[in-house]
Design a protein around this ligand. Structure first.
Ligand code: MN
Length: 446
């Protein structure tokens, strides 16, 4: 299902609200979006000042809206993605290149990024950002495609600066191209099917796998249609609303940032990688997509990683029931594991297994199955009442973490776990207080 058909189906389900009043793309659009963050409707900004196209925001800030894009409930999303990942690994469906792709209905004669509906989000951001466009590139040695999402700041009519954080496959591709003195060609795809967006986020695919096979699995094993590009040797998504063709230049760095990141703090301005845009193509009646950093990213990382994390933990630690990459932990720096350890010590094993299974984690909290892992208050209460730091704390100093977390400069930080499970044999002290069940229909209460 292409992007606009998916938006149409969300409209029919009542999951879209239209902002009819004209908004300024600089700060005002994001200011309005922020007030709706996490709600049960995504927003379409119909009129954006000085821009030709409407823009959608909030497709990922609520798990039910996210699930609706795949026809499942919010709680079913991790398992849906986990199943697709398994089918991708057992019988991948490779993408196909099609003729007359919709994304090339209009080829802009004049390359001018400032005409596109790309908003400036947070008050101190260094400029307008593409923050949810899918970047496609090819391995300079093997030709295998990679899909990923990066923050990309517009710095001129045909120029951008971008972040390629440590450990990303795109950065690996680029570093090998740069060593040969070559640019890395890319397409930047905006307004893509949910399956493509999801495959670009999901961890658990290797550098020698074409992730677009995962996108096919996510849309019922139907091959992803690609377009042959006009100026670069890497394909675009045929149904994308907008495709930017370009190249990441070797041995050139220019300032990027600041950018209000998913942590709620600003990433600092620094010299980073430079993209030169060589073509802009698009569909007729273009509708663009943007993302508000925060819940949208916490959900996307969480929903795309929980299934894999749960699978690994369940194999390695007895008693594991569920796992949540909690919003309270920014969706990827911490998780809550639900586990009823069959004997003493397995709570700590769950902590160690989680660190091994998901490298960006700093913090793991393990609680029993009577705790609602989706409720940060219930989890924190369990820590307060069941966790003794003199014996239940695990700390690993100076481990490899995620560099966007401000407490991990250079990607180096502590990993630590709270084993807040009830020690076997001590259940009696932790019996929850209960009250009599009553049928409220029997009472007159005004
Ligand atoms: Mn990859």
């Amino acid at each position: 299902m292409d992007f606009r058909t998916m938006i149409q189906s969300l409209e029919e389900k009542g999951m879209i609200a239209h902002v009819r009043t004209e908004v300024d793309p600089v700060h005002e659009l994001a200011g309005v979006a922020k007030r709706f963050e996490g709600g049960k409707k995504a927003l379409i900004f119909d009129k954006v000042k000085g821009k030709e196209f409407p823009v959608v925001c909030g497709l990922w800030w609520n798990r039910d809206v996210l699930g609706a894009q795949f026809g499942v409930s919010g709680r079913e999303v991790p398992a849906y993605i986990g199943n697709a990942l398994e089918r991708f690994h057992s019988a991948p469906v490779p993408p196909v290149i099609v003729g007359a792709p919709p994304c090339q209905e209009i080829v802009e004669g004049d390359i001018d990024l400032t005409r596109l509906t790309i908003p400036t989000l947070a008050l101190e951001d260094g400029g307008a950002y593409l923050d949810d466009s899918v970047v496609i590139a090819k391995d300079p040695d093997t030709g295998v495609r990679n899909t990923s999402i990066h923050r990309i700041m517009v710095t001129g009519k045909n120029r951008c600066t971008m972040l390629m954080d440590l450990g990303r496959h795109l950065r690996d591709y680029y570093e090998r191209a740069e060593k040969k003195g070559q640019p890395l060609e890319i397409t930047i795809n905006n307004g893509v099917p949910a399956s493509v967006y999801t495959c670009a986020i999901t961890a658990g695919t290797a550098i020698d796998e074409d992730e677009l096979g995962l996108a096919a699995a996510l849309q019922g094993d139907k091959a992803i249609a690609l377009s042959r590009s006009r100026t670069v040797g890497v394909e675009g998504i045929a149904s994308a609303e907008v495709v930017l063709e370009g190249r990441i230049l070797p041995r050139v760095r220019e300032p990027e940032g600041p950018f209000g990141e998913v942590t709620g703090y600003y990433a600092q301005r620094d010299d980073r990688w430079v993209v030169e845009i060589t073509a802009i193509t698009r569909r007729r009646d273009t509708m663009m997509q943007t993302l508000l950093p925060g819940k949208e990213v916490w959900n996307s990382i969480g929903a795309c990683s929980e299934a894999g994390l749960l699978k690994t933990l369940s194999k390695q630690v007895p008693g594991v029931k569920n796992v949540y990459l909690a919003h309270a932990n920014c969706g990827f720096y911490g998780c809550v594991v639900q586990c009823d350890p069959p004997r003493a010590g397995f709570g700590k094993n769950a902590i160690l297994a989680a660190f091994g299974a998901f490298p960006p984690l700093n913090m793991v909290t393990v609680v029993n199955s009577d705790v609602d892992i989706f409720d940060a208050e219930d989890v924190m209460r369990a820590v307060t009442l069941r966790f003794d730091p003199t014996k239940d704390l695990v700390v690993v100093p100076a481990a490899a973490c995620h560099e966007l977390n401000p407490v991990c400069p250079g990607g180096l930080g502590a990993k630590y776990g709270f084993d807040a499970t009830i020690p076997p044999g001590e259940e009696e002290r932790y019996r929850r207080v209960a009250f009599r069940e009553v049928d409220l229909a029997k009472y007159v209460i005004e």
